[in-house]
Every structure is written in C-alpha cells, then in structure tokens.
Design a protein around this ligand. Structure first.
Ligand code: NCD
Length: 433
C-alpha cells in the first residue's frame, strides 16, 4: 500500500475547514475529522486556504544554455515555493528548444528533479528566427509531449508563417502562444511609449505594436479555425480586441503577468533596469483594464513570465539591460494584493486564474482539477492573512532581478503538494531527487 498523507484543518477555496486524506497521489477522503492514525504523515494546515496547485503557462528556466542564471532544478524550487505544481518552460534557451532532443530533455530533467511538472514549450520556428517552421509534430510526439508552441521573446511576425503554424497546430491539437510585438514598431524601444518615457528620453514601445499583432492573429485564428493564445497582454486596447474577438466566436485566450497587474511606468523614474521588461510596464489605465479583464474572464489566467537574468545583464545602463523579471515566488502574493484585496476575485476565482484555466488551455488533465475525492492531489496551501517582505537575494532563483525586492506583500504559500508528495512546506523545498 502506498504512503498516506493526511492534511488536517484546511479550508478548500476558503470554505469550512476539513481534513483531506491522500493516497497513491490522489485525494481518497475528505471529512470533518479524519483519524490521524490512518496516515503515515500528517500536515497541519492550521486553517489555511487550500487551492489546486498553480499552473504557470509562461516561465523561463534558462536550461540548457544559461545555467548561470537559472536551472530546471532552481526554477523548479522557486515554482514549488510559489505554490506551483506545473510550469511551462519557454523555448528561448540556448540551443533553442526547436527539436524533440531539447524538449524531451527538458521534460526528463524536470521529472528527475521531481518538484514540479516542467512541460517544455517548443519553438514555432527554427532558432526563433521566424522564417521556417520547426518540427512541431516531432516535438508533440516526443516523451516531452509538447502541447504548446511559442517563439516567446520574439514575435512570429511573418503573417504567412503564423498562418501555417496555426494550421499545423490545429491538426496536431496543440496551442500556439504568441509574443505579440510588431518588430518594426519596437525597433530600439526600451519603455512604454508615453509621457514618462518621453520625459526620460527612453525610446517608446507603442501599444499598437502589441495590439496590431493581437488583431492580426485573431483574424488568422478565425480563418484557420484554430486556437491562439496571447502571452503577457499589457494594454487596454488588447483587452478591447480580446472582447471583440470572443464576441466573434474566435478561439483566443490570453494571460496577464503579476507585474503588469501591480506596476506601471511611473517605476521607470528611478532608471533602474530591474523594471525593464517586455512588454513594458504600461500606464495606470492599462493596469486597471487588465485587472478588470482578469476578473471578467476576458483575460483567462495569470502567467509569471519568470525571466531570470545575471547581475551583469541588469546592473548596467538601462538601454543595455536585458528585459525580464523574476515572478514565480511572488505571483500568488501579487494576485492577493491586486485581485483579492480589491474584491475583484474570491478564492474560487483565484483557483480559476492561477490553476484551472491555464491547465484547460494547455490541455493538462492532471492539474487544475477540483479539490474532490478521486482527483489528483496537486495542491497549494496558502495563508492569506500573513505578510512577508520580498528579499530578492533570498529567493530560490539563481538570479535576483525581482522588481518587488523590499516590498511587503500579503499572502504566503504554506505548502505545495505534487501527486501527494509535499514539495514545499514552510518555505523549505524537499530535496530534489
Ligand atoms: C523574456 C526573457 O528574458 O526571456 N523577457 C521579458 O522581458 N519578458 C523574453 C521576452 O519576452 O522578451
């Protein structure tokens, strides 16, 4: 008989407290009071809120190629600490994940580490160059079972290549996730095009660079009868386009990052490259539209775009700094601050945007499931009433580029459970296998 884990005194979705018995990676009993002698291990939930384990559709784990900034092991630890049980690792590694050799490696390495399911994202085009489709079928058929393809970091800018990619994806039953950025409109751009960038003398990244690709890809998806997913939606106009496309019956989904929910371009006044990111931090009205769209389901989910960078790539002139910021360990707290404390989402809503929708969009059948008997025990235990202060040097990531350093945020992840195994408890990660 496999080991049994009893989680006592937890509140599923913030409801009344129960005990939960897990065996063989599944929830086998939920009751008001389960005899602790029935279990091999007991975890005291102390009245914490129980949610399905989080699923991140968008993370950069940098392995292979930039293991000085993050590895599958360190990124998995950050994910477990953040309440995640599954993450999707983007393809902009070195070499690029544009073949089954690489995507299979990423999956296998994630399983070896065993802290979180690391699903590889395959590149849409060879070398992310945007000119020739990668062997999507071979990647989908590999042990990595790639179900999402993206050139993230780069836009699939050629409309004919994007059209073909959508057609192939439809045939394979996989998803194309677009980094929506019309490259001609963002040449040399390093900040949101607005009053702040103008005053600071930073070249602007116009909203239209994102929105023109969102509109184009919605139309291409319509014609191909395919699904398209928009990475890191950042503007009010993108929200309007998503509403329009949904109204037309187009299969379009979208994610928003924690940093676009919390921060805006007023951050740039300090010239600190930790705030440099693609797409850039926008304005207050974009932030408000993104929050409302997430609450209304126009934006489906939160995705971190966790993007670790070495100190020398961030501690330099703003213009030369690499874009991107850490996100895995702070995402939950930022969702609490921006969406729960503001009354825009309740705990069922948080489960939806952090877990259920990303699992549905990517076709995962074992994550983002309801907390119920017979379901896989992939769970996040969270305490919304405790605050913590972010110390970027103390995060599990190998990099320290968190724009939230020094901020006191609400909500801590108390424990994470992957298939019945505790991967994080009290901020301590289980030793990787
Ligand atoms: C990403 C990265 O560093 O890989 N950076 C970022 O600012 N989001 C890639 C990208 O989307 O540019």
């Amino acid at each position: 008989m496999s080991a049994q884990l009893l989680i006592r005194n937890v509140r599923p979705y913030g409801d009344d407290a129960v005990d939960i018995l897990i065996e063989g990676g599944e929830i086998v009993e939920i009751g008001a009071s389960i005899d602790p002698d029935a279990a091999d291990d007991v975890l005291d939930g102390a009245g914490a809120v129980l949610l399905p384990g989080f699923v991140d559709m968008h993370t950069h784990l940098r392995e292979p190629g930039r293991e000085d900034t993050e590895t599958i092991e360190t990124g998995s630890a950050a994910a477990a600490l953040g309440g995640y049980t599954a993450v999707f690792a983007m393809a902009n590694t070195d070499p690029v994940a544009d073949s089954a050799v690489i995507t299979d490696f990423v999956w296998r390495r994630g399983q070896e580490v065993g802290l979180v399911d690391v699903h590889p994202v395959g590149a849409v085009t060879v070398g992310l160059r945007g000119t020739q489709l990668a062997e999507m079928g071979a990647m989908a058929a590999g042990v990595g079972g790639v179900r999402m393809f993206s050139d993230d970091g780069k836009c699939v800018f050629d409309p004919l290549i994007m059209r073909r990619a959508l057609e192939y994806a439809k045939g394979l039953g996989v998803l194309i996730a677009q980094h929506a950025e019309e490259p001609r409109l963002t040449e040399g751009a390093i900040a949101h095009e607005g009053a702040v960038a103008a005053r600071l003398g930073l070249t602007g990244w116009p909203r239209a660079a994102e929105e023109s690709i969102v509109a184009r890809d919605a139309l291409l998806a319509r014609d191909a009868g395919a699904r398209v997913h928009i990475c890191h939606a950042s503007t009010e106009g993108t929200v309007e386009l998503l509403k329009w496309a949904r109204g037309q019956g187009i299969s379009i989904t979208a994610e928003v990052t924690p940093h676009h929910l919390l921060l805006d371009d007023s951050r740039l006044e300090a010239y600190d490259p930790v705030n440099k990111v693609n797409p850039p931090l926008r304005e207050g009205r974009d932030k408000a539209a993104l929050r409302q769209a997430l609450a209304d389901g126009i934006i489906d989910c939160v995705a971190t775009d966790h993007a670790p960078h070495a100190a020398q790539e961030k501690c330099c002139e703003f213009v030369n700094a690499r874009p991107g910021m850490l996100g895995l360990q702070t995402a939950f707290s930022i969702v609490v601050q921006t969406m729960v404390e503001s009354g825009l989402l309740d705990w069922r809503g948080v489960a939806k945007v952090m877990s259920e929708r990303p699992a549905e969009i990517t076709g995962l059948s074992d994550h983002g499931r309801p907390i119920a008997v017979g379901e896989p025990a992939n769970l996040a235990l969270v305490d919304p009433d405790t605050e913590w202060t972010v110390e970027s040097g103390a995060l599990a990531s190998l990099s320290e580029n968190s724009p939230f350093d020094g901020l006191t945020l609400p909500g801590v992840v108390v424990a994470t459970v992957l298939r019945g195994e505790v991967t994080n408890h009290g901020g301590k990660v289980r030793a990787p296998r």
